[in-house]
Design a protein. Structure first.
Length: 265
């Protein structure tokens, strides 16, 4: 299973390189089901893996002038504060056993996996229904910031990231386009930088609460980063739109599987 897990780690990076997002949604299931990492710890590991991979992916975007630093700062700061507070204080405060229904005990681990599965289903629908916006010419509009809404969105995305360990690019990119009036290419690049910052800083909130298996963590991260470079090269030869829809269907099946497994199996 570990060999399959390492192959899947490479696939996480390849998918990020190919379609610009979505790969991080696989990180927690890979850690939990293939490497047998406890779910709460897996969400912490996922923050490091997603953050490191996104950071590497953001460098070429910065060189191509596809990162808006002002937007990253305005959107990123509340998100970073929210994810750190969630990992450092909210997650440890959730009791290990929450409630019992019909003899089934709902634990913190089950809650984490169910919440993650719901996020997977939502993300998959977003990928299946999305259009290839990058292929369209975009108008350059004057950038205006709806500060209260951006603040609220940043906090919500940060808390969600802190709880389930996913980058939340499928939430951040539409928010940057709609609320910050960024062109799609800049929204994707800026999203990578925001995800990198909030995930890595959020991960530091776990350092005092759990011991880390750095060998596993660095191995999976390294393979995901290698995968990003492979995905970037493949993306020049393969249409991303059809891949995104196919990947969306795969994530949907995975999300439903996790819900069934945690509740009934």
């Amino acid at each position: 299973m570990e060999i399959v897990g390492y192959i899947a780690s490479l696939v996480i990076g390849i998918s990020l390189g190919l379609i610009g997002g979505g790969g991080s949604i696989l990180t927690v299931p890979v850690l939990v089901y293939l490497f047998r990492v406890q779910p709460v710890v897996a969400t912490a590991y996922s923050l490091f893996i997603v953050g490191s991979t996104s950071l590497v992916g953001s460098f070429p975007k910065y060189k191509e002038n596809e990162i808006n630093l002002k937007t990253a700062l305005i959107f990123g700061v509340p998100s970073i504060l929210a994810v750190y507070a969630t990992r450092a204080f909210l997650v440890p405060a959730i009791p290990d056993e929450l409630f019992t229904i019909g003899g089934m005990v709902f634990t913190k681990s089950i809650l984490m996996m169910l919440l993650f599965a719901v996020l997977m289903v939502v993300a998959s629908v977003s990928m299946i229904r999305s259009k290839d916006a990058l292929a369209e010419e975009e108008e350059v509009v004057e950038q205006r910031f709806n500060y209260p809404v951006i603040l609220l969105e940043g906090v919500v995305v940060g808390m969600l990231t802190g709880l389930v360990g996913a980058g939340g690019g499928f939430l951040i990119i539409p928010a940057l386009v709609l609320l910050s009036k960024l062109p799609m290419k800049q929204a994707i690049g800026t999203s990578l930088l925001i995800i990198a910052a909030k995930s890595l800083i959020g991960f530091t909130g776990d350092l005092r609460n759990a011991s880390m298996d750095w060998t596993l963590l660095l191995s999976v991260t390294g393979l995901a980063i290698i995968g990003i470079f492979i995905g970037n090269k493949l993306s020049k030869k393969i249409a991303a739109s059809s891949l995104k829809k196919g990947f969306g269907w795969f994530v949907l099946v995975m999300g439903i599987y996790i819900i069934v497994k945690e509740l009934f199996l």
